[in-house]
Design a protein around this ligand. Structure first.
Ligand SMILES: [Cu+2]
Length: 421
């Protein structure tokens, strides 16, 4: 009897923390508060909750909250093989449901996220653990690559900021002042975790959006940057994240951590986490065994009408390779690079030093037939399709060894289609 009572008491003691234990993302408002908008990305399922506020001397702006999980999962390579990976996914549900739903649910690549200049962002990360590698107890973090942070604590670099243990949730705060094309990724054992899939695209829309600017005979209301004259104006925008999977590295990860990382070499080049021809699938990818859902959610088909000016936000998330890409028959114009408008500085030393710049803000936007991206690089390319023939064009790497899926000599790897209608 006593033992029974003790047993019940122990159960009760355990039950209380279990009932109150939970996943606590921080956000200055409730999801169901009046005036709160919810936008869910159709591809990835990630929801941004936002409201408009005016605080102190700040202009009216959005406060945005989102919640992601870091864990493990599975993806299908261009030859149909399934490989293991680490990755991010939208958090689903509340409290322990976030942990359960996040298990093996990693998406490849990490969900693309779009913010607006001026946003205040609360981005919560829950580490759900790597269920298929229970020997691992790695932390994860969120690092906005190349982005000026509100505080070093939110930078995600383990040596200088917080990282998130398994079962824990940490909320990052950002003040989004700089428009451009960025990457976000986990910075814990960064080479390994990025190679395994913890990297995605982050776009920041400029304040100039919504204004009318005439450039080269056409009026635009959407822009890559605050250019002042519409040079970065576009009709349609697409995000293309170049990268690669080292299939050997991923396969060995199922069993034991393969070292040294120096030997990393991607053999399955990808766009948005898929190898051609899967890049051109606009319907769902196959669902990998052991994953709770399809894990490669972002297709890479660029569809536009003849006459559109198309913005390609391109990044390279590879940890070992440069890629040069071209779109035969389509003229490219680089209008931004490294999350900056292609222009010289307008303030500071560069603006006043005539040996550096002919004039403050001098433009270096230029036409080209190809662009080359190193790891972590981002480039904003415009394709003006006025006067071009309708049809299907290809965007592909000119590094021909990356136009295959693994050792196969068939067409694969880093290629997708641009369809002009
Ligand atoms: Cu990580």
């Amino acid at each position: 009897m006593k033992l029974n009572k003790l047993f019940s008491a122990v159960l009760m003691a355990l039950a209380v923390p279990a009932a109150t234990a939970g996943v606590w993302p921080q956000c200055p408002f409730g999801q169901t508060d009046a005036g709160v908008a919810a936008e869910t990305d159709a591809a990835t399922g990630l929801t941004l909750y936002s409201r408009r506020v005016a605080i102190g001397t700040l202009d009216e702006h959005r406060q945005v909250c989102l919640h992601v999980v870091g864990g493990d999962g599975w993806q299908i390579l261009g030859d149909g093989r399934r490989v293991y990976g680490f990755g991010f996914a939208p958090a689903v549900g509340r409290d322990e449901q976030v942990m359960i739903n996040g298990t093996a649910a990693a998406q490849f690549p990490a969900p693309s996220i779009t913010f607006r200049e001026g946003d205040e962002v609360w981005m919560a990360l829950t580490n759900v653990g790597m269920i298929y590698r229970p020997d691992l107890f790695d932390q994860h973090s969120v690092h906005w690559h190349g982005f000026p942070q509100a505080s070093a604590i939110f930078d995600g670099v383990p040596q200088g900021s917080a990282t998130v243990q398994m079962g824990s949730t940490f909320t990052y705060y950002y003040k989004v002042n700089d428009p451009g094309t960025y990457l976000w990724h986990c910075h814990v054992e960064a080479t390994e975790h990025m190679e395994m899939g913890m990297i995605g695209m982050l776009n920041v829309l400029p304040k100039q959006d919504g204004q009318s600017k005439i450039h080269d005979g056409k009026t635009y209301t959407a822009f890559a940057y605050n250019d002042g004259d519409g040079i970065s104006g576009y009709d349609k925008a697409f995000t293309l994240q170049l990268g690669a999977v080292d299939s050997n590295f991923h396969e060995l990860h199922e069993a034991v951590q393969p070292l040294p990382f120096l030997e990393l070499k991607g053999d399955f080049a990808q766009i948005n986490g898929r190898g051609y021809p899967m890049t051109t699938l606009e319907s769902d990818m196959p669902q990998p065994a052991d994953a709770p859902a399809v894990s490669q959610q972002i297709h890479s088909v660029v569809r536009a009408s003849v006459g559109d000016r198309v913005l390609l936000r391109m990044t390279n998330g590879s940890v070992d390779s440069y890629y040069t890409v071209t779109a035969l028959g389509l003229p490219m114009k680089v209008v931004g690079r490294g999350a900056q408008l292609a222009a010289g500085p307008t303030t500071g030393f560069g603006a006043t030093n005539a040996s550096n710049w002919k004039a403050a803000g001098a433009r270096w936007a230029h036409g080209t037939a190809s662009v080359t991206l190193g790891g972590g690089d981002g480039v904003d390319v415009l394709i003006d399709t006025r006067g071009l023939a309708a049809g299907t064009y290809h965007l592909y790497t000119t590094n021909l060894n990356y136009l295959s899926n693994g050792a196969g000599e068939d067409r694969g790897g880093l290629m997708t289609t641009i369809v002009l209608q």
